[in-house]
Design a protein around this ligand. Sequence first.
Ligand SMILES: Cc1cc2nc3c(=O)[nH]c(=O)nc-3n(C[C@H](O)[C@H](O)[C@H](O)COP(=O)(O)O)c2cc1C
Length: 263
Amino acid sequence: MPDDSIKKTVGVALGVCLVCSVLVSTAAVTLNAIQEENKKLDKIKNILLAGGLLSDGMEDIKAAYDEKVEPTLIELATGAIVSEENYDKVLNIEHFDLKAICSHSDYSDAISPKKDIANIKRRPRYMLVYSVKENGQTDKVILPVFGKGLWSTLFGFVALNKDMKTVAGFTFYEHGETPGLGGEIDNPRWKKMWLGKAAFNDAGEVVIEVLKGKVDNAGANANHQIDGLSGATLTTRGVDQLVKYWLSSDGYGPFLNKLRQEG
Ligand SMILES: Cc1cc2nc3c(=O)[nH]c(=O)nc-3n(C[C@H](O)[C@H](O)[C@H](O)COP(=O)(O)O)c2cc1C
C-alpha cells in the first residue's frame, strides 16, 4: 500500500488516537488514586492547622494527626455521639464523605430558605468532628463548616478552645473563589485575625461576625469581630453567614452545649 493512500493515512491516524487514548486513560486512572490520597492529606493538614497542631517542617503529618486528633461521629440535632453499632456503609468514621452524606436523603434534610443562611440547601444529620485531648480532657474541638461564597462552596474548619467559646483556629481546605480577592480567605494573616475572638457571649449566643471593612480595635465589639476582605464583600459575607450557621442551634449548638455541661 503506498504511503500517501487514504486508507493508510486514516489507519495511522486511528492507531495514534488509540495509543494516545490508552495512555491518557491509564494516566488518569493511576493518578486518580494519588490525587485522592493528596486531597485526604491536605484535609488532615488543615485539621492540624485549625487545631494549632501543625509545625514548620513537620514530616509525618498523618502520624501527628493519629497521635493528637480524635475523630468522633455526632448527630447534629442532639449533639450525641453516634455509637459504632449504628454505623453502616455510609455512616462511619473511616469513609465519612460530607458531600455524599448531603446528597443522600437518608442522611440529610432540606433546609428551608429562611433558615439556610449558609446557602447549603441540605443539612447533614451527622458530622465528623475532631477533638484534641490534653491529659484525657478535651482541649480543643475542630468543627467542619461549609457554605456558599461568591463562586463556590467553601469547605473548612473552625476550632474552639476548651472554653467552647473562643476561636482556636480557622481555615479552608476547598473553595473556588478568585485568587487575590475571595481567595484571600487562605491568607495566613487574615486567618490569624480569628485567633482568640469570642464566637459566643456569656449567654451562649453566637456573636462572632466578619465585617464589611475594618474592625475598630478600640471598640467594645472588637473581641468578636474580624476584618472583611477588601474587594471581596460577597465571599466575606458567605464566610460570616456560614460560621454563624454552623455555630448556631441548627449546627453544632447542641453538641457544644453538651461539651460545656460535661466540662
Ligand atoms: C473577575 C472577578 C472576580 C471576582 N471574584 C470575587 C470573589 O472571589 N469574591 C468576591 O467577594 N468578589 C469577587 N469579585 C467582586 C464582586 O463581583 C463584587 O464586586 C465584590 O464582591 C464587591 O466587593 P466590594 O464591595 O468590597 O467592592 C470579583 C469580580 C471580578 C470582576
